[in-house]
Design a protein around this ligand. Structure first.
Ligand code: SF4
Ligand code: SF4
Ligand code: SF4
Length: 385
């Protein structure tokens, strides 16, 4: 179906006031309680910066997920089980991982309702707590809301004040979004059944802009309206244009970071690039945490890639060589591998170097559509690849 756009909000006044952007997602979740084997979303754990996955079994559980839009949480696709009807609220990178897993027959498309959230990036909790202390003298508990909008990172406090700096300023100073989020160029999750966010909504309106991409998403939305959980209206041309403009700005910023981080590596002479990769991988202690955290790597523990001999003389271990090659057509740039590495190896940008080069040459971008078959599986690689 062609996508359809709405603006929506919770029919419950308290949720409209207390939730993100009019409490649409919270009340949408309430509306599907009991209709799926498993409903998954993130809830805040302590501060607004930290989150954990929660299984929603009741309307009360749905309400506990309010306001967790930006809470950082490890990737969600691990929680979807084959054969279970699952509804899940997730960011574009998580949704892309689910799509890749569907292609590999680990999850069935017809069993899953993907409720996507627009995403300008997520903030690493510890660095961000240090940042708000250094620059605003605020404690994590003082923050009730964090938002990435209009080129700024904005923190709202318990006393109702707003503190902000531009994303550029913060990131030049070594804080800000996770590195992979800076060059991530999929901000609206169009691979989902519905995509929700506040981009395009007028200030002070307290509503969510919702784009519906599939019949499944449309049916769920219509049912939620019929049962009185949410209200929807038609967005104006202006709202649609503003949302598209914000998406364009975020993608342009991502393009700049892509040039700075990935492009710099791509443009190195081959020998220099190999030396760089070898050098950054050298502190690896073979804990395999990166492989376990990777949402698109489904090898078992007996996989041949699980070999790392500290005494071998290879410039890059078998483990990392296999992963770099395997993930060339499936790395969705979620950054989990970098996040979990105990010796801080910037793995995501190494994998993205290969994946984006592959994308440039073949036009294939993983996780965007279940219909897109990877060129290698199609036997359709460009000449000389
Ligand atoms: S990689 Fe970062 S910016 Fe991109 S969808 Fe994931 S959390 Fe959001
Ligand atoms: S290699 Fe890293 S960035 Fe790529 S999908 Fe796996 S965990 Fe995410
Ligand atoms: S998480 Fe880091 S240290 Fe552990 S295997 Fe991966 S690269 Fe090596």
């Amino acid at each position: 179906m062609n996508s359809k756009s709405f603006w929506g909000w919770s029919s419950t006044e308290a949720l409209r006031e207390g939730g993100e952007s009019g409490g649409f997602v919270t009340s949408f979740l309430e509306s599907i309680v009991g209709k799926y084997d498993n409903i998954l979303a993130v809830r805040k754990t302590g501060t607004v910066f930290e989150g954990a996955v929660m299984s929603i079994d009741s309307k009360e559980d749905a309400i506990k997920t309010q306001g967790a839009l930006h809470a950082v949480c490890m990737e969600l696709s691990h929680y979807i089980k084959k054969g279970e009807r699952t509804a899940i609220v997730l960011k574009p990178c998580d949704a892309r991982a689910v799509i890749e897993n569907m292609k590999r027959n680990h999850v069935e498309r017809e069993n899953v309702l993907l409720i996507g959230l627009n995403c300008g990036g997520t903030l690493p909790p510890v660095d961000t707590m240090r940042f708000i202390d250094n620059y605003f003298e605020l404690a994590p508990e003082d923050i009730v809301k964090e938002e990435i909008a209009k080129g700024k990172i904005i923190f709202k406090t318990t006393s109702g004040k707003e503190f902000w700096k531009t994303i550029d300023e913060i990131e030049e100073e070594g804080f800000g979004r996770r590195e992979n989020c800076r060059y991530c160029d999929v901000k609206i999750p169009s691979m989902c059944d519905i995509a929700c966010g506040n981009w395009g909504t007028p200030a002070g309106k307290n509503i969510t802009f919702v784009e519906v991409f599939t019949e499944n998403g449309n049916n769920a939305l219509e049912q939620a309206v019929r049962e009185g959980f949410i209200n929807v209206g038609e967005p104006s041309e202006k709202m649609i244009a503003v949302r598209s403009k914000i998406n364009g700005i975020m993608k342009k910023m991502a393009g700049g970071w892509n040039k700075r981080i990935i492009g710099r590596l791509r443009n190195m002479p081959n020998e220099e690039r190999l030396a760089y990769i070898k050098n950054v991988l050298s502190p690896c202690i073979a804990c395999y945490a990166c492989r376990k955290a990777c949402p698109v790597c489904k090898c078992g523990d007996d996989c041949k890639c699980m070999q790392m001999d500290p005494d071998d003389s290879l410039p890059i271990s078998i483990f990392h060589s296999i992963r770099l090659l395997h993930l060339t057509e499936s790395c969705i740039g979620c950054g989990n591998c970098s996040d979990v590495c105990p010796v801080d190896i910037p793995l995501a940008h190494l994998h993205q170097l290969f994946a984006r080069n592959y994308e440039k040459k073949t036009g294939y971008k993983p996780g965007m559509s279940i219909e897109d078959i990877p060129p290698l599986s199609r036997g359709d690689l460009p000449e000389g690849y």
